[in-house]
Design a protein around this ligand. Structure first.
Ligand code: GDP
Length: 457
């Protein structure tokens, strides 16, 4: 294993910066460039101790900075390896100079997430914990910080591990029974088999549900305000945001691009984009906006479809309704300009499975009802703040895949298929869970996970 170094604090002016060195030569490298004022040789420093001293370039004796050196001895460090951390003054030039000294004295530059990757390789962290380190760093609110901390503490790992253990025990008895029929082992009862599969599925379902509510709380609801030009989308967006963001004009088709902003609506946060009218635009710039708007409609979690209730619905409105029906998104239909009196025919909105509200984006009438409708669709009431949600889409995908296999196994068992076939599916589910926790991951997955980290972490 090589010895690597990186600046672990942001490369910007600040009070302090930390250069971290990890690997078998971490302490010899630090000894070459750091001289404690009290004369203690660096190689004699114990783990968890620090020394005040000077960073000196051994090539020419030039003093770079006065700094603190902290020594960690393997395996009692973040990475599990010998580690030295130099805390110096937080200037960009000083920090880079010290990094260069490390590179000239036996270290190579750490890759993105390399320290955390080493911690994972050395068994200091599970993969889910490693991923939660990244979440901790990027946590923006109390809720997400709490969840990341719990994952960091290994709760997600424990829950997934619990499910996995059940499956492995089950696989054990299935294998014994299939492979040694002459041993007169107790048969795996179909009802017991189905019960275990169902328990495991429910636990995964619960985790997945929490992931969705957790995402809503963490990152807001990805919302698109859709509608043909001039129905009042920008006005509604501005009213929701409480300030002017998109340009409201009288001319049709002026909101050409997709604008994104965040608005708080009661407990929830909407990530809003106000899109160009969904219609067959003639002009090229507008066309770009329209195709982008359609793409956003496909991706988003909630559509607020706006219609002008003071006018009759036209072909464009109906086209949007048809598109929404096809997409099957969570939908709120807003009949805007209620202050002008309604003349639109409401029968067109029936059977859309949507909440239909009259509203005036101009004077704010109907906004409390809109808030309530969003809360009803995304209410986080039953969200357990102590639950451990998945840190990212990778983990979620693994859990979904495992759940899918378990469902298939239940189905096969219920239909009386051979135990061999059922075993294969359960085995595949267990594999997915092991990929989730990192017990069985490929190099490619590990690299993908750690490449999302920043250098120095
Ligand atoms: P967009 O093209 O869908 O974004 O529509 P705008 O928000 O630009 O609004 C088009 C026109 O309708 C503007 O003149 C707005 O002032 C007006 N408007 C929007 N909402 C309302 C409303 O609730 N009541 C009334 N009377 N006018 C509105």
């Amino acid at each position: 294993m090589s010895t690597v170094c990186a600046v672990s604090t942001p490369l910007a002016e600040g009070g302090l910066a930390v250069i971290r060195i990890s690997g078998p030569d971490a302490i010899p490298c630090a000894a070459k460039i750091f001289k404690p004022f009290n004369g203690t040789p660096v190689p004699e420093m114990n783990g968890y101790t620090c020394a005040y001293g000077r960073v000196i370039d051994p090539a020419d004796g030039r003093v770079v900075d006065d700094a603190m050196l902290t020594v960690f001895r393997a395996p009692h460090s973040y990475t599990g390896e010998d580690t030295a951390e130099i805390s110096c003054h937080g200037g960009v030039y000083i920090t880079k100079s010290i990094l260069r000294l490390c590179l000239a004295n036996g270290c190579s530059q750490a890759d993105r997430g390399e320290f955390t990757k080493r911690a994972f390789v050395n068994g200091k962290l599970s993969l889910t914990q490693a991923e939660s380190v990244m979440e901790l760093i990027s946590a923006k609110g109390e809720q997400s910080l709490r969840s990341a901390r719990l994952t960091r503490e290994g709760r997600l790992f424990q829950r997934i591990d619990g499910v996995k253990q059940q499956l492995i025990t089950l696989l054990g008895s299935l294998a014994a029974w299939v492979d040694y029929p002459e041993e007169d082992l107790p048969a795996v009862e179909n009802t017991a088999l189905l019960k275990t599969l169902n328990t495991a599925s429910s636990e995964l379902e619960r985790l997945l549900r929490d992931f969705d509510s957790g995402m809503v709380l963490r990152t807001g609801i990805d919302t698109v305000i859709a509608g043909k030009p001039n129905v009042g989308k920008s006005t509604l967006m501005n009213t929701l945001l409480g300030y002017e963001r998109s340009i409201v004009t009288e001319a049709a088709g002026t909101t050409r691009d997709v604008i994104e902003e965040t608005a708080r609506l009661g407990e929830l946060e909407l990530r809003l984009s106000d899109t160009a009218g969904i219609r067959d635009a003639e002009d090229a710039v507008e066309k770009l906006g329209v195709s982008r708007a359609k793409k956003r409609l496909r991706e988003c979690a909630l559509v607020i479809a706006v219609f002008d209730t003071s006018a009759e619905l036209d072909a464009e409105d109906r086209e949007l309704l048809a598109l929404l029906k096809e997409l099957g998104k969570k939908l709120i239909i807003v009949l805007n300009k209620s202050d002008l009196g309604a003349s639109a025919d409401r029968s067109a909105f029936e059977g859309m499975g949507a909440e239909i509200l009259e509203l005036s984006a101009k004077n704010g009438e109907g906004l409390p009802e809109l808030t309530a409708a969003v809360g009803k669709l995304f209410g986080a009431k039953d969200y357990d703040a102590d639950s451990t949600i998945f840190a990212n889409e990778r983990q979620k995908r693994c859990a979904e895949a495992a759940l899918e296999r378990l469902r298939a196994a239940s189905e096969a068992a219920a239909l009386g298929e051979t135990l061999d076939a059922v075993t294969v599916m359960i085995d595949a589910a267990a594999s997915e869970l092991m990929e989730l926790t990192g017990e069985r991951i490929t190099e490619a997955v590990a690299n993908e996970v750690f490449s999302k980290f920043c250098v120095g972490k």
